[in-house]
Design a protein around this ligand. Structure first.
Ligand SMILES: Cc1ncc(COP(=O)(O)O)c(C=O)c1O
Length: 381
């Protein structure tokens, strides 16, 4: 818990609920921890995890690079560099932004082209599109790697089969494009570290095969996201994964290869806390049930999209009883938990959830007329 209950209570009194509190000191700590344990890896914050411009600003000031996957995300990052002199701005885009969505609409490519960005691709059709609409882009081939045991699986949608990787590199080369390197994603919240080991080995094999077949221009490896946030005590510490990655990167890749990563969840999950109020109370099937003014169509959207359970906690203490907690909408899907250990709560009592900074407010909707929670930024520095 990065913020005290007293502080959260004070914020709720000042701003009302539902509230989504972002602790910028925690953002900076998470980035520093990533850099401390993986000093050889350049972290590109995956903006999709939480695209709040204030979060992007803090990470920008702390020296992060950025993974964007849509033009609006690109624009949020670009806002921070738009006043730089043109050469410096262009260097920043090339050195510190990757457009990491393997599928891009032609209009997006046309918009991106003047920025000469680094973009990912994973198929032949995309090569034709990039050559036609964004010929100045640099390329990074996204390969398909095992996502076994990840909380959010991505490999069914993206990634070239390792067996066709070099063909796709040579095809891009023939189309007049430059493939700078490889990227992969092991699946989000990956607690199975073997996924990374296999992905690194596959990447090293592709590097080798590309060289054997005459393509030696690659000098970059993007190890994607997936770094697990410490949601509970079962999650193995990041430093263990970092030690493993350091060993394997050293074993498999020469020093000249630049290593990038795209952490989203790891940087922002623990920086977000939600505070909501009890707005209703009932007994359902013999179980105490609370209705609160935030739910799965809002800050708790990660329950649906991210397959995550966020424990709901009370500010007040007392004998706990397994209780159901529902959101404010008329849909029964709007269920946050069915057995949250909670004391006897009254209307207007406050509850909170920690570690809810990633893939939460980012996918909040206006369903049923209820707006997303108000966002409050603290410790912006
Ligand atoms: C291409 C890409 N990079 C990075 C991320 C961030 O992953 P994580 O939040 O697991 O670090 C994602 C998440 O979906 C992604 O699709």
């Amino acid at each position: 818990m990065t913020l005290s209950l007293t502080r959260l209570k004070r914020l709720a009194a000042e701003y009302g609920t539902p509230l989504f509190v972002v602790d910028h000191a925690e953002l900076r700590r998470n980035l520093a921890e990533f850099k401390k344990h993986l000093p050889q890896v350049q972290p590109y914050y995956a903006v999709k995890a939480n695209s709040d411009p204030a979060i992007v600003r803090t990470l920008y000031k702390a020296g992060a690079s950025f993974d964007v996957a849509s033009m609006p995300e690109f624009d949020i990052v670009h806002e921070n560099i738009k006043r730089l002199p043109p050469k410096q701005r262009q260097d920043y885009i090339w050195d510190k932004i990757i457009y990491a969505n393997p599928i891009k609409a032609p209009e997006t490519l046309m918009e991106l082209d003047p920025y000469k960005p680094l973009v990912t691709y994973d198929n032949a059709e995309e090569i034709r599109k990039i050559a036609r609409y964004a010929p100045h882009a640099g390329l990074c081939l996204r390969i398909r790697v095992p996502n076994t045991g990840a909380m959010v699986e991505l490999s069914s949608k993206f990634g070239a089969a390792p067996g066709e990787a070099v063909d796709l590199i040579l095809a891009a080369d023939r189309a007049g494009l430059t493939v700078e390197g490889l990227s992969f994603h092991v699946g989000s919240q990956t607690t199975n570290f073997d996924n990374y080991l296999q992905a690194l080995q596959l990447s090293a094999n592709i590097y080798k095969e590309a060289k054997l077949r005459g393509y030696a221009k690659m000098n970059l490896l993007d190890i994607g996201g997936g770094f697990p946030a410490p949601y509970d005590a079962t999650v193995r510490p990041f430093r263990e994964l970092a030690a493993l990655l350091t060993r394997e990167l050293k074993r498999l890749f020469p020093k000249e290869v630049q290593i990038l990563a795209e952490p989203g969840r790891f940087l922002v999950a623990t920086a977000g806390t939600s505070v909501a109020s009890v707005i209703g109370k009932a007994e359902r099937d013999g179980k105490r049930s609370y209705y609160i003014n935030d739910g799965v169509y809002h800050t708790y959207s990660g329950v649906i999209f991210d397959h995550l359970h966020y424990p709901v906690k009370a500010f007040k203490s007392g004998p706990a009883q397994p209780s159901a907690v529902f959101g404010p909408t008329c849909d029964a899907l709007d269920t946050i938990g069915l057995s949250e250990p909670l004391p006897d709560l009254k209307l207007s009592d406050l509850v909170y959830s920690e570690n809810i900074g990633a893939y939460s407010h980012a996918s909040s909707t206006w369903f049923n007329g209820f707006p997303p929670a108000r966002v409050v930024h603290v410790n912006q520095g």
